[in-house]
Each structure stands twice: as C-alpha cells, then as structure tokens.
Design a protein around this ligand. Sequence first.
Ligand SMILES: [Cu+2]
Length: 380
Amino acid sequence: MEFDLKGRFLKMSLNITNLNLTWNTRRLRSLLNSGNLRSTSYTFLILMSVLLYLCASAAEAATQEYWIAAEKVEWNYAPSGQNLIRPAMGLDVWGKALVYEKYRYIQYTDASYTTQVEQPAWMGILGPQLHAVEGDSVRVHFLNHADKPLSIHVHGLQYDEANEGADMKGSGAAVPPGGRFTYHWEADSDAAPGPNDPSSIVWLYHSHVDAVTEVYDGLIGTIVVTKKGMERAANDPRPKDIDKAFTTLFLVFNENDRKIVKSGQSAEYDSPEEAEEGNLKHTINGYIFGNLQGLEVEQGDRVRWYLIGLGTEVDMHTAHWHGQTVLNAGKRTDVVELLPGSMVTVDMTAKTPGDWLYHCHVADHITAGMNTRWRVIPKP
Ligand SMILES: [Cu+2]
C-alpha cells in the first residue's frame, strides 16, 4: 500500500482546480454571452494565478528516493589490531575478541540491489546517511537480505502508522527475510531545523522489530534535514553553509551472549567478569582505540558534527574535541552531552592544524577505548 500525504494533497488540489476549470469555462461562456468582459478578465486572472501557484508548488516538492538492504556482516571493532591512541597499552581485555557477527544497513544505487553506494571510511558501522530538504518527501525502499524480520523506524520525520516501521503496525513493522517494503516519510516543517538550530539537523533511523537487539546488531543510520532555502542545489539537499560534515555515534555495543565469528587475539578470558567487560565495545561509529579513521578537514573549513548517542545506562557519553570549540545551539563548548537516543548538531570552523583527539570524556570510557582522532590539515 502506498501512502503519500503530499501527493494526495496535490492530487486533491488539482482535482478541485479541474472542477473549477469546468465551472469557470461554463461561467466564462455565459459571461462572454452577457458581454461582461471585466468580470471575465478577473475570473481568468484568478484562474491563471491558481494554476501557476499549483505548478510552482509541484516543482518545488522533491522526493528523495533511497534503496537500502539489511545484511549480515562480520564486524571488526579494531581492524588495525592495535591501540592507535596509546600503542603501548594495547587493546587490553577489549582486544581479546574483535570480530563479531553483526547486521548493517547497506545502500544500493537502484531497485536491482546490485551496486552498493560507497561510504566514507569515517562512517564506520553506520548505515547510509539520507538527506532531505524541508518540504521533501522521502521514500526508502527496504529489502531485508538478512535472516530475521527487520524494519526501518525513523525519528523526527512525519509518517502515518503504516510507515512507522514499529509496534506491529502493518507489514512495514516487521519485513520478513527476503521481503520488501517502501517507507513513506515527510520532511515537513516539524522535521526541519528550529529557530535555535543550524541550517540542518540530524535524525536517527533504526530497526524496530526487537529494537534493543537490533541496535546492538548495528542496524542504525541517520537522515539529515536541511532548512528550506539552505540546500546546495535543487538536486543536492545538503546544506550550503558548511564545507564538511561528520556523523559520530557513541555507543557501547554489548556483545555478551552474542556470536563471536573470529577471535581477534585470544578469546580466553581470565574470569567471567573480564569476559563481560571485554564484550562491552566502547565505540565511536563501531570502532575502538583510534580505529575510526578519516575524520579529516582543511584549516578554515566550516565543519558540522552530527552527534548520536544510543544504548543503555552505561551510555552516558560526553563527546570532546581537542584543538577546537563548537557552537551548540548558540552556546560555546568543547564537550557535548549525549544520552541514549540523543541527536545533536554542532558547528565549528577548524582553526588550528593538528592531529587532535576526539573522545568520550567519561573516565571509564576513555580507558575502554572510546576515542579516536580528527585531523586539521594546514592550508598550503
Ligand atoms: Cu562515553
């Protein structure tokens, strides 16, 4: 079943206009017959204005279309096998097992689901970042390539119950293995940046059949909504007032009782307590101890950071940049608090060249490897 709030609205308007047209053609003829030319011109002008307005609205309303599959993957929390922040300390108990069975959202170019859309390295485990401009419709064609029912539930955008992707409401709430569903969302004004927001804001999407399990599976992505008029071009919904954007997810993946595919070093723990701790992967975008790579900007770049927090009670994170402050809803800081489910968008202009730490400021999380680097390359 397809449901499109905006499409329906436009169709209804056009139908009403058609009725008016019929009515007005008749009226026009009778007016012409009666010789009342002033009224005729007036009616004609109104009619043309309505038609022009409707054509303009139709041209502006874009539909952003995406093809996303859920797939089973092997995920390595530290592909380098090293602690890249403090090499001498190693990966400690968190390095005893590194590769786990996970699920991911993978973007494809079209309905054939044959050509994957490449993602930059810094996105890590995140699913594709979707984009829309305020007023756009979003259609996500979802194919479940995995082995259990999954869904896509989006935050922030407008949808009806059939497109909630959760709560056992219709076939979109649990797409079976091999099944497909097209989600219809509206990036209306309630999904767009508010008065204290920058020109674009970030929203989460994730699987919501068994939401807790599926977040730990890795089925997490984001959608960015740009304020109307701030898009780069008609075919580029990204905001035009920044040079670079990064999205970072702070999440302690709980791998206890999950399936380890391959042992990173030696999965033999000294005690059950150590095993339990070792299976808590304190990640930024699914990587620990500096294994998240590619957060690079040039000196002078206007950089936007979309920050996401997810998880449980241990997931009280404080994202901290060395070397640069950020503007958070008009307030200056270099630490941003993130609770599970948080979505925060902050801006900076990268001033000082350097190889800077970017880490969670919670003491236990620093020890467990929730850290990486972001680099400011000097302008030649
Ligand atoms: Cu933390």
